[in-house]
Design a protein around this ligand. Structure first.
Ligand code: EPU
Length: 338
């Protein structure tokens, strides 16, 4: 089915970013297929453009004077089944959580811990979304992209995507050079419950054991209890990344704060919990005008209504400065700042 491609000029973005900031874009063009993108770029690459998918991980700090490209293709297509392994192609515009629900309904394991993460499938590889001991990279096998300069299609195997904690090649080398049009994921018919993170095991047990549906429900319940619903309170999930520090730095902090959460990173460094650091600065629930630190999860900044992107970023800079002052640690933004 071909979806009608729409184009907007001087469009208000309030309903297209989960922070709910009221900035405008000069132009927004929806696309379905690589051919749409080819047509779009044929007259020349505009000076300023970027992809706006679900708008769940973005903060507009001013009006955007370029072109926003929005994926609208939403097909989920099983490609092959071999042994217990099922390959599925997912177009960029699919709502990530619809994909998780689709997999869980079909008895396919692999992404159930990533239930209820807001955003579109095409954005999942960009920051390698993750939660509750799982990351998108565990399931993603290939990423299909449109190469802006050449107009060619470029498919990357997962090994070439540079996946790391909230990292990929799409945030760095390929930023502004390719547009993700689809992903291919691999799911399994064999149960692989991952219950090791936080309250997951207890919440799953309370629902009667580790079935796919129970895990999905448990994860949804944990998220709903901690994370604000963007439809009610504007936010973009974790605003900051958890900092990864050298082992001696973590050691010094642990001597001062023995209860500080810390997790070994694969490279020998140590990941700290930015939410805990902000919380320990006494900032959880603090508010300035229409912007605040969420009351139940300090990693999340919220728009109580009417905040401008500028107000949010100014507030975020103050939080970063306070954490630096108290702990000597820099916390980077996880959200894409425009
Ligand atoms: N903590 C506090 N106070 C807070 C928040 C956290 O003390 O206000 C402590 C917790 O008690 C826990 C530790 O910090 O000991 C970690 O907290 P949590 O398990 O809530 O996870 P997180 O590190 O704050 C990360 C992801 C979330 C993901 C959760 C669960 C990042 C930047 N965030 O948060 O992802 O849902 O783990 O896996 O890695 C997102 O990226 O938007 C997001 C919501």
């Amino acid at each position: 089915m071909h979806i009608m491609i729409r184009e907007f000029h001087h469009i208000g973005l309030r309903d297209r970013n989960s922070f709910g900031v009221c900035q405008q874009a000069a132009r927004l063009v929806e696309f379905e297929t690589p051919d749409d993108l080819r047509d779009f770029f044929a007259p020349g690459i505009p000076d300023r453009w970027t992809v706006l998918a679900g708008g769940n991980n973005i903060l507009f700090t001013e009006d955007y004077d370029g072109v926003l490209l929005t994926p609208v293709a939403r097909a989920i297509t099983p490609l092959s089944e071999e042994g217990d392994t099922v390959r599925v192609r997912v177009e960029a515009g699919v709502e990530w959580d619809d994909l998780v629900a689709w997999a869980v309904d079909r008895g396919l394991w692999g992404i159930e811990n990533l239930s209820l993460i807001p955003g579109r499938a095409g954005a999942a590889p960009v920051q390698n979304i993750g939660a509750y001991g799982c990351e998108a990279k565990d399931a993603i096998r290939r990423v299909e992209t449109f190469c802006v300069e050449s107009g060619a299609l470029l498919t990357l195997d997962a090994a070439h995507c540079g996946f790391g904690y909230r990292e990929s090649v799409f945030k760095h080398m390929l930023k502004g050079r390719v547009i993700i049009t689809a992903i291919e994921i691999e799911l399994s018919r064999t149960p692989h419950p991952k219950l090791g993170y936080g309250d997951v095991e207890r919440e799953v047990a309370a629902r009667g054991g580790a079935t796919l549906h129970n895990i999905r429900e448990a994860i949804c319940a944990i998220r709903r209890a901690k994370l604000p619903d963007p439809a009610v309170l504007g936010n973009a999930g974790s605003f900051f990344k958890n900092p990864v520090v050298e082992a001696p730095v973590a050691g010094e902090l642990l001597a001062r704060y023995p209860d500080m959460p810390h997790y070994p990173a694969p490279d020998g460094r140590v990941k700290l919990a930015a939410g805990w650091l902000i919380d320990r600065c006494g900032l959880k629930g603090c508010r300035e005008g229409a912007v605040g630190v969420h009351e139940r999860q300090a990693l999340v900044l919220v728009n109580y209504g009417g905040a401008t992107g500028r107000e949010v970023i100014d507030f975020a800079r103050k939080i970063q400065a306070r954490v630096r002052e108290q702990f000597g640690i820099d916390i980077d933004t996880e959200v894409n700042i425009l």
